[in-house]
Design a protein around this ligand. Structure first.
Ligand code: NAD
Length: 260
């Protein structure tokens, strides 16, 4: 019997990239992942793929910055399964620009998806978790929760902010056996990163290969990208931890780019 058998895990932004792999891995360990994503069609495809391998999965259309959509998505999960054991707050975007050129609207849009989204989904999931006196929340931060890079002001700000939110949730949730932690990946080849390679090349006057070798992977110990598997391993470790010993923490998974 796996530590995740029969557990219900909402994963936001799980129709693509890192979130999709987290959902697959949770399903492989017996959990029922809820694929909560803006892109409903891709979420349905991801849930169908998991069901075709013999697991259960539910797709939910959810814009994490829309309080009503978050509330109704969580209500649908409760109506169908009657429990929420795990929230993985993963939905996110990237916008690349120097501060001096960054439109205010882009600053607000990025902060909203990362921070308002984390807040709204956390708040909605804490209610059933507190009632059950059990739960685990994992935020997908980044090495940019600890470090800065040029061109990423709103992203670095939001990812640092998630660590603060997680620590407060760890303190408030402890009385209800609700734990809260952050996984901080290095660069992972997902659509989010593939989109920014040419954008960074343009902004920095480099070739795309130079962006990879001199910006993204320069400080890793082995010149390797972090993989979706590497990140899922860390998420499952936090999500499945058995006591409050593992709460209020953040773990960097980055091939040594950032060392604590
Ligand atoms: P991705 O672009 O492959 O997937 C992001 C998913 O989030 C998409 O399915 C998208 O539809 C969804 N999404 C976007 N806005 C949403 C919203 N408002 N509501 C609901 N869903 C929304 O990206 P990814 O690389 O898998 O990134 C996932 C998370 O991992 C993000 O928080 C990102 O910041 C973080 N992260 C990524 C990397 C990396 O190198 N790829 C590194 C560190 C952290």
């Amino acid at each position: 019997m796996s530590r995740f058998d029969g557990k219900v895990a909402i994963v936001t932004g799980a129709a693509s990239g890192i979130g999709q792999e987290i959902a697959r891995r949770l399903a492989a360990e017996g959990a029922i992942p809820v694929i909560a994503d803006l892109n409903h069609e891709a979420a349905e495809a991801c849930a169908a793929e998991i069901r075709s391998t013999g697991g259960d999965a539910l797709a939910v259309a959810m814009n994490v910055v829309d309080e009503d959509a978050v509330g109704s998505g969580v209500a649908d999960v409760m109506a169908k399964y009657g429990r929420i054991d795990v929230l993985v707050s993963n939905a996110g975007i990237q916008i690349v620009s120097p501060v001096i050129d960054l439109p205010f609207a882009d600053w607000k849009r990025l902060l909203a998806i990362h921070l308002d989204g984390a807040f709204l989904t956390t708040k909605a999931c804490l209610k059933p978790m507190y009632a059950a006196r059990s739960g685990s929340i994992v935020y997908i931060g980044s090495v940019h929760s600890k470090e800065a890079s040029k061109l990423k002001a709103p992203y670095v700000t939001a990812k640092h902010g998630l660590i603060g939110l997680s620590k407060v949730v760890a303190k408030e949730g402890a009385a209800f056996n609700v734990r809260s932690n952050v996984v901080c990946p290095g660069f992972v080849r997902t659509p989010l990163v593939d989109k920014q390679i040419p954008e960074q090349a343009r902004e920095l006057g480099l070739t795309e290969d130079e962006v990879i070798s001199t910006v993204m992977l320069k400080d890793t110990v082995d010149g390797e990208f972090t993989t979706i598997d590497d990140v899922a391993d860390a998420v499952l470790f936090f999500a499945g931890a058995r006591s409050n010993a593992m709460t209020g923490q953040s773990m960097v998974v980055s091939h040594g780019w950032f060392m604590q």
